[in-house]
Structures are given as C-alpha cells and as structure tokens.
Design a protein around this ligand. Structure first.
Ligand code: XMP
Length: 515
C-alpha cells in the first residue's frame, strides 16, 4: 500500500462498493475493500483511518441477513454507513428497522441540516439517489437526524461524539448531486484523513517489493497487447530488467495492427525485440468444429499454456508476471470478497497449470483501470497503447459466434478495423465516452443486392457501449451519420459482408461481448 492513511470499505453486497472505493481514491485517499465477515481485530491490523459500510441488497429485518462484527462499532474509528450500511449501524447501536410503506428507488429531494459536518458547505434541498425498502422505526437516542425527505424521515443521521454517520442514499453515484462533497466532508472534516495516495510512491514501493520478492529469480510474462499486461511488464522491468522475459503468443485472433503496436511500444521501453511465438496453426486447429463458447475458451487456454510452457522452461522461470487488477481480485469467486459476486464472471484465458509451479508477481492487483493508465503514463508508455479499449483474452474468437475459422476471423478483423477508425474522433466530436466499440460476425447470412446482382452475404453487428467499469453498460446513442458511415464502409470495403446491424442491448441483461 502506498500510504499510511487508508479507508476500509466493507462490502455488504452493493453493486456500487467498487465505486465507493474509487471515489475515495479520486479524493486522494487509498482505499481497500473487505469482506463483511472481517473481524474488528483483523481490520485493526492495518489500522484504517476511516470505515465505510456499503449498501447491500438484503434486508436487515431478514433472518440470517448479512451482518458485520459488532466490535467494529467500538473501535473508535470514524464510520460512514451507506444505505444498508446505515441500517446495520442503527441496528448495532440498539435501534430498530421496519419495512417502509413507500419503497424509495431513484432520485429524491432531501432537506439537510448543514450544521452537520457531513453537509458542511451544502445547501438544502439536495437531489440524491435512493434505493431502499426498509426504514428506521426506532432511532437510537444518540443519533441525530440531519436529513429527511417527504417519505424518509431519517435520510441521514449522525453521532458526532463517536464520529459515526449514516446516509440512506448513495453519495457515490453521480446521480446524487454533491455526493463527492459529502464523501470529502466525511473523509477530511470528520475523519481528518490525509490526502496521501500518490501513484509515484506506489510505483517506488512496487519496484522495491518486486525486487525483494523475486531476488535473483526469473519472471516470465505473457503480453496480450492490452493495457494491463503492458503496464505490469514495464513496471516489473523497472525492478528486475533482464530477469524478465515477455512473450507474445500470436494466436491469430488479435485486432488489426495489434502485434505491430505491441512490438513498437515494447521496443520503445525495453530497447529490444519482443519475443513473438507464432502458434496460429495450433489455435485454429484446436478451434476447428468448436461452436460452444466455453469450449472455445478452454481450447484457447489449453493451446496458450502449451505455447507458453516451453518458453517458461527454456527461460528457467520461477515466477509468472500478470496484469491482474483490483476489480479482478475482488470479483474472482476465489477471493470471496463479500456477497456482490456473480455479476460478471471473470472468464480469462484460464490460469497456468499447477505443475508449472510459478510464483505470481502481480504489481497492479491493488489498482483500478484508470489508475493503471495513469501509472502507464508515469512509466512513459504511449497513449496509443494506454488508451486502447479492453480486449478479451480469447480475442476475436468470442466475436465470431459459431465456428472460428481463419476466413471468418479475417472478416471480423477487417470490419472491426473500420469501426476503430470511425470511432477515433468520436469523443472529441460528439462528446461520447466510449468504453468499447467493436464488430461481431454473425453465423447468419442474409439476402442483399450489390450492383445488379443478388448476393447472399454475411452479417456484422456493431456493439458500442458506454460504461464505468464493464459491470454495467449502456449502448451508445451514436449519431446516425456515424452509424451510416460505418455501415456503408463495411459493406463496401469488406467483401462478403452485405448487412450491418447495431446492438441496442444494455448490460444487464446482455453482456458486452457476444460469447
Ligand atoms: P462481458 O462480456 O462479460 O465483458 O460483459 C466484460 C468485460 O470483460 C471483457 N471480457 C473478457 N476479458 N477474457 C478477458 O480477459 C475474457 O474471456 C473476456 N470476456 C469478456 C469484455 O471485453 C469487457 O470489457
């Protein structure tokens, strides 16, 4: 961890727990997410400067509903309870809850008492985002109500002597106006936390820690062309130079120019050529006749390991470098980081088999994506690499539903390259923050007319989504002229494609990828 001062976010199962952790970091304070089962003693090992209890989908009134260690409320550390977190706090302080006759979901106006430090410098009324169906029945006498709405008497409570605060709404979401100010008031005015999260310190600490972990050992690392593995590799390289070997396994399922961009970026920093293992033949052979999405992933994983394993042996590697990020750590079912699992199952190209027996070096495992990009900038990685959109490990194979052949991958790659080109300036021209935009090749043909001839051609779907972190996503309302240009370029320039469709499905219920 890069600073002494940090905030513990206890995950009570909310979909916005990570957002809380990110907001805290955006305010310059390090944060970590913990399981709700953490004991007060364990929590005190690293002594957080403040605790935030997240919201959650359960009802405190239900038998066996999620609870936290009662001693957490006796630590003397400032606590902010959000939604379910506030209800837990009320319960532990001796209050009672009940089902509310008016369930509140969505935007509400609340009036606030700005003599409370939580609302310092804010004026009534505030627009906030509510999402709850229980309400306070008996409020512990120590708690003072400092905000209310028409239908929620206790929209916020405080116990200043113990530095405990609770809000029934979600200050972390952008729909709550002044939510960041409320969080900042809690951090800096109530808990008096230091603003000390600095990526430069983080970098220096990681370099030191990799040096002591690896000693004189050797690390092998697979580069995927994506941001995470590249930043992780550059960071590990700073620590151990030639004790690191980077390998790019060419599975033939990459985006247009992917290998060239990766090689160029690699050369800029490492001052030597990237080792590219050409395994296209083996991948396409393994994928022949496979249509089941999970089987595709398994086959790709298997061939990847085979290609990688022989390089690892030759290099006599004892460690594996990986660009694992914080969301991967807290989403992985193995981490059991609370109850919010299961929205996105992280389905990467499998791990390496145990018999390889490699220690893991994962210098990014405490960072979010935007922090990784900022770190990459510090390390001098070009924007061309840093600003690339996320790309799935199994590559274009998951964008070709049905059988994956060289010809079909080439079709989708060419259509995808056109989407990329046309989307290049979209942020500046149309002020849209695109998370991912790509093409999918459907296993469905349709009739068309080209020139005077009737054709029976392939169909491409364009998927373009806006998202904060891929957990949820909305399809981008791209201007018609952009869609028109993409469609006409694809049908004109990619021989074999005669129809283009636009995917207007949100996540949930759809996922971002098609497989
Ligand atoms: P979904 O499709 O689950 O994707 O909404 C969420 C994010 O994860 C990426 N993705 C993958 N990344 N291996 C990866 O490394 C995979 O198998 C995989 N499948 C999806 C996807 O591109 C999106 O950013």
């Amino acid at each position: 961890m890069s600073s002494n001062s940090y905030v513990a976010v206890i995950d009570c199962g909310s979909q916005t727990t990570k957002l809380i952790a990110r907001r805290v970091r955006e305010l310059g304070v390090f944060s970590r997410i913990f399981m709700p089962s953490i004991s007060a003693d364990e929590l005190m090992k690293d002594r957080p400067s403040a605790i935030i209890l997240s919201g959650g989908p359960e009802s405190v009134l239900d038998k066996n509903s999620l609870d936290v260690d009662d001693d957490i409320f006796k630590l003397g550390i400032p606590i902010l309870g959000i939604c379910y977190g506030m209800q837990l706090m009320i319960k532990h302080l001796g209050g009672e809850l009940e089902r509310s006759p008016h369930r509140e979901f969505g935007q509400r106006m609340i009036s606030i008492d700005n003599s409370s430090l939580l609302f310092d410098a804010l004026t009534s009324p505030l627009k906030v985002w509510m999402s709850h169906s229980d309400q306070t029945k008996i409020c512990p006498s120590e708690l003072r109500t400092v905000a209310s709405s028409d239908s929620c008497l206790q929209a916020a409570v405080e116990y200043p002597a113990k530095k405990m605060f609770g809000v029934q709404f979600h200050p972390e979401v952008s729909h709550t106006s002044c939510g960041t100010t409320i969080l900042a008031n809690f951090l800096f005015k109530v808990a008096k936390v230091d603003k000390s999260f600095d990526l430069k310190d983080f970098l220096a600490e990681q370099i030191q820690s990799i040096k002591s972990q690896v000693g004189s050992g050797r690390v092998i690392m697979g580069l995927s062309g994506g941001v995470d593995s590249m930043v992780a590799a550059f960071l590990i390289h700073q620590a151990i130079n030639d004790q690191l070997l980077c390998v790019y396994v060419n599975h033939g399922l990459h985006r247009a120019n992917e290998i060239e961009i990766t090689k160029k970026a690699f050369f800029q920093v490492f001052k030597k050529e990237l080792l590219v293992v050409n395994a296209q033949e083996q991948f396409f052979e393994a994928l022949a006749g496979v249509t089941d999405p999970e089987k595709k992933r398994r086959e790709i994983g298997r061939v990847f390991v085979e290609a990688f394993e022989s390089e690892a042996k030759n290099f006599k590697a004892q460690f594996l470098g990986q660009g694992t990020l914080y969301p991967d750590v807290i989403e992985s079912p193995k981490s059991k980081s609370g109850k919010s699992h299961g929205i996105k199952s992280h389905h990467n190209v499998g791990g390496l088999p145990e018999h390889m027996n490699l220690g893991l070096v994962e210098p990014l495992r405490e960072l979010f994506k935007d922090e990784v990009r900022a770190l990459g900038k510090l390390l001098g990685i070009s924007n061309e690499v840093l600003m690339r959109q996320p790309f799935p490990g199994p590559g274009l194979a998951v964008r070709v539903p049905g059988e994956v052949t060289r010809e079909r991958v080439e079709l989708v790659r060419r259509a995808d390259a056109i989407v990329c080109e046309e989307m290049k300036n979209i942020a500046e021209v149309y002020n849209k923050k695109i998370w991912q935009s790509f093409a999918i090749l459907l296993p469905v043909k349709s009739v068309g007319v080209m020139g005077d001839a009737r054709v029976y051609g392939e169909s491409i779907v364009i998927r373009c989504v806006e998202s904060e972190d891929a957990m949820t996503a909305d399809w981008s309302k791209l201007p018609y002229e952009v869609l028109e240009k993409i469609s006409s370029r694809i049908t004109n320039e990619v021989v074999g494609i005669s129809r283009v469709l636009y995917d207007i499905t949100q996540k949930p219920p759809g996922t971002i990828e098609w497989e």
